[in-house]
Design a protein around this ligand. Structure first.
Ligand code: ADP
Ligand code: MG
Length: 286
């Protein structure tokens, strides 16, 4: 049977934008001392916009570079892909037929266009393929590089916006003596820039999906109680591993299914409402 106080708190939670899927986590909430947060879609809107797109090869025009980049993204559901396809659509670019498209976990995508195999990957992965990697001014944007036969063809730089309430979440988390940590598959420059804006000093970037789970496990092995919040497929293993896994409501079904708590309105500060609600519930039970 569900203790009455817990049952009541669950319905109060529903009114506050919280869906508590696993009531057992209420008892650990007062012991949480780390809040791990995914960047894209959790602290940021996860709605990218193309800021720059250009050719890096004499034989390809800037518009052809965009055409190839957008064509390679046709089958991807990644928020970066969506922004590139939207941009190409606005520029009335006709896409090339894409075959053998693959998702390269934590790095990008690959596929065949006009009989040639292309890769569109982040800078870290691109540097492993291209020697004499050029210096390109992409500010603190998330940048992906188009490669064909170990040759750089072009690049696309996209930007995202920090959620308006994200810095308020960080301030309140620190007041509760909980250490905020940011985790992301994105590059170090973007990660550090957003962390600085939000007042987060512990940042892990360029992570592979399995790395996020390893970080949760390491903190737990040192005796910490970890709450993790995320929205993506790549966050699901770490949400399951955390003492309390929290999913963003607008996130993927896989993340929601792995979480103990869902932020129905995708509002990061509802984490504070959850912690307060859980603590009040605890006081009433004892
Ligand atoms: P995160 O959601 O934390 O940014 P991902 O694992 O989804 O992490 O992606 C890591 C990085 O790989 C992205 O920041 C991006 O640079 C690159 N990437 C992943 N998928 C794509 C894609 N479809 N198109 C372009 N770049 C991608
Ligand atoms: Mg994400």
């Amino acid at each position: 049977a569900i203790p009455l106080v817990n049952a009541k708190s669950t319905s109060i939670g529903a009114k506050n934008g919280l869906l508590i899927r696993n009531r057992n986590v209420i008892s650990v909430s007062s012991k949480i001392n780390y809040l791990l947060m995914d960047k894209t879609g959790t602290l940021t809107e996860g709605k990218f916009q193309v800021r720059k797109c250009d050719s890096l090869n004499e034989s390809v025009s800037p518009i052809e570079a965009l055409k190839l980049i957008a064509s390679i993204e046709q089958d991807s559901t990644h928020p970066i892909a969506k922004s590139i396809l939207q941009y190409a659509h606005e520029k009335q670019i006709e896409l090339l037929p894409l075959s053998e498209s693959k998702n390269i976990s934590g790095k990008g995508v690959s596929g065949v266009l006009s009989g040639k195999e292309y890769l569109l990957v982040n800078e870290k992965a691109a540097r492993e393929i291209i020697t004499n990697f050029p210096t390109i001014d992409v500010a603190d944007y998330t940048t992906s590089y188009l490669i064909q036969d170990k040759t750089l063809i072009g690049y696309v730089a996209v930007g995202d916006q920090v959620k308006s309430s994200a810095s308020s979440l960080i301030k309140q988390i620190k007041q509760l003596n909980i250490t905020p940590v940011m985790l992301t598959g994105d590059n170090k420059k973007v990660a550090d820039s957003i962390a600085k804006k939000l007042g987060i000093t512990e940042v892990y970037s360029e992570l592979m999906p399995e790395d996020k789970q390893k970080i949760v496990a390491k903190l737990q092995s040192e005796g910490n109680k970890v709450m993790m919040v995320g929205d993506g497929i790549n966050d699901a293993p770490s949400l399951a591993k955390a003492d309390i896994g929290v999913a963003i409501g607008a996130g993927t079904d896989v993340a929601v299914d792995s979480a103990d708590v869902v932020l129905v309105n995708s509002e990061p500060t509802d984490i504070i409402s959850f912690l307060k609600l859980a603590q009040n519930t605890q006081k009433k039970t004892v």
